[in-house]
Write a protein that binds this ligand. Structure first.
Ligand code: BGP
Length: 485
């Protein structure tokens, strides 16, 4: 194959989230986030939510990979790969430990000053996710997180603090990670910081409250819009983006009922949020969905104007897999996925964690999004969660041969290249995650995504030493060539 070259100035990089890599969960005044109460699980045993920290349980976020104390070393490695951009999130509870404080925690801000300083040193552009699955626990205890309109004020205060402090160095912002997780049963706790009845399992559709989720989503839309319009006024050079977990949705059969069903799933899962954040109003199909599902949203008279004033400048999404659906109960064999389940697609292989591998689905997704919104796009998460093996040569040199990851990424980059040829305005790619970290869905370390291996297991043991994988050198080459061979 010849070189598939990407546009000049294409933003190559990687993406992480504070709760999955920083650790230091109480350091320098940090408060507890809902994520700090999530026990480690496996692909078969869902993570447990505890109401307080229990001494006999293992909470992966507490130490994670201790980026807090390793960030200089890690950023140096990102620089060695040639990163142009690094997407990371700011832990809300480092800045406002309970959410309600009037003044931010200086020490928390100083940590991110250090991170940004370090990135600048290597000319890596920061991309900040304001909220990535870690609302303050105190807000959950006081008013059940995003179920309450009161969350908006707290979020806006937090976002303004960091925008004012970092706008000179940070051009690209994302208001919420995978905001559409609230359209899915697993979203209530992680995305909304909400307890649904006495749930202790964060992904249990049986104890779901759709009413709660969609209302919380409305509050997040308002919060996102308020912050977006603030940022535009404060510094017109800032680019504010939305971020969704995008799943290309396929019908399993050509039966029109399946086609229509796939379209319905896609509307809510993929377009409901994007339409509000890009177009500034709810889509035409929202009303009927609310009625059918008996949802009564807390929409107040001023809300329409707020949504209209805070439209985003660019569109971002995570893409790991496609999802296939059918109404045919007989063919309904469940297939797991990134917070959404479907049925097995006979044409696709799956990852070790059962997620369908579908590079062409990414090209389709990019075309669907661009066709609908006509905005610049960044793919801000994509990667393969797999089990890696750290081995040593006879003379004691460490190596990790992750050809399967290279293969996965190569195919997805190739799909992006094709989308660019199709005419899609794709401006950047931050793969998930450049360094091994805690899995959001399972809490495992063994579900590894990185170009950099971190010596730590699922139970908290390990030296935390970093090793370069084979994919490290491969990605470095990709960035150097500005494309793939
Ligand atoms: C996305 C999240 C990330 C990340 C990724 C991989 O949904 O935004 O936080 O974790 O998925 O998922 P997992 O860690 O569950 O394998």
């Amino acid at each position: 194959m010849s070189l598939q070259t990407f546009p000049t100035n294409f933003l190559w990089g990687g993406a992480t989230a504070a709760n999955q890599l920083e650790g230091a969960y109480l350091k320098n005044g940090k408060g507890l986030s809902v994520n700090d109460l999530l026990v480690g699980g496996t692909d078969k045993r869902p993570r447990e939510i505890t109401r307080e920290i229990q001494a006999d349980k293992y909470y992966p976020s507490h130490q994670a990979i201790d980026f807090y104390h390793h960030y200089k070393e890690d950023i140096k490695l990102f620089a060695e790969m040639g990163f142009k951009i690094y997407r990371f999130s700011i832990a809300w509870t480092r800045i406002y430990p309970h959410g309600f404080e009037e003044e931010p925690n200086k020490k928390g801000l100083e940590f991110y000053d250090g991170v940004i300083q370090e990135l600048k040193k290597y000319h890596i552009q920061p991309l900040i996710t304001i909220s990535h699955y870690e609302p303050p626990l105190a807000m959950t205890q006081k008013f059940n997180g995003w179920e309450s309109r009161r969350a908006i004020e707290q979020y806006v205060k937090f976002a303004k603090t960091i925008i004012k402090r970092y706008h000179h160095d940070v051009k690209y912002w994302i208001t919420f990670n995978e905001i559409n997780i609230l359209t899915r049963t697993s979203g209530a706790y992680l995305g909304g910081g909400m307890y649904v009845s006495n749930n202790s399992n964060f992904d249990n559709p049986e104890i779901d409250s759709e009413q709660m989720r969609f209302n919380a989503l409305h509050h997040q839309f308002l919060a996102s819009s308020l912050v977006t319009s603030f940022a535009h006024q404060y510094d017109p050079s800032l680019k504010m983006g939305c971020m969704l977990a995008y799943h290309t949705i396929y019908p399993l059969t050509s039966n029109p009922v399946d086609i229509q069903y796939a379209q319905e799933v896609s509307k809510i899962s993929n377009f409901y949020c994007g339409d509000v954040q890009v177009k500034g109003k709810y889509p035409y199909f929202a009303q009927r969905y609310w009625q059918k599902h008996n949802l009564k949203l807390d929409i107040q008279p001023q809300d329409a104007k707020i949504l209209l004033q805070g439209k985003v400048d660019y569109f971002t999404f995570s893409y790991y897999q496609s999802t296939t659906v059918t109404l045919d109960k007989e063919k309904n064999t469940l297939q797991k996925g990134n917070f959404i389940s479907g049925v097995k697609n006979p044409y696709l292989k799956t990852s070790d964690w059962g997620w369908a591998i579908d590079p062409l689905g990414l090209r389709i997704a990019l075309n669907q999004v661009f066709d609908r919104y006509n905005l610049p796009i960044m793919v801000v998460e994509n990667g393969l969660g797999a089990k890696d093996k750290l081995e040593f040569t006879r003379d004691g040199q460490p190596y990790i041969n992750d050809d399967y990851r290279i293969n996965y990424l190569k195919q997805h980059l190739s799909a992006m290249y094709e989308a660019l040829q199709d005419g899609v305005d794709l401006i950047g790619y931050t793969s998930w995650a450049p360094i091994d970290l805690v899995s959001a869905s399972s809490g495992q370390m063994s579900k590894r995504y990185g170009y950099i291996y971190v010596d730590k297991d699922d139970y908290g043991h390990g030296t935390l030493k970093r090793y370069k994988k084979k994919s490290f050198y491969w990605y470095k080459q990709v960035i150097q060539n500005n494309g793939i061979i």
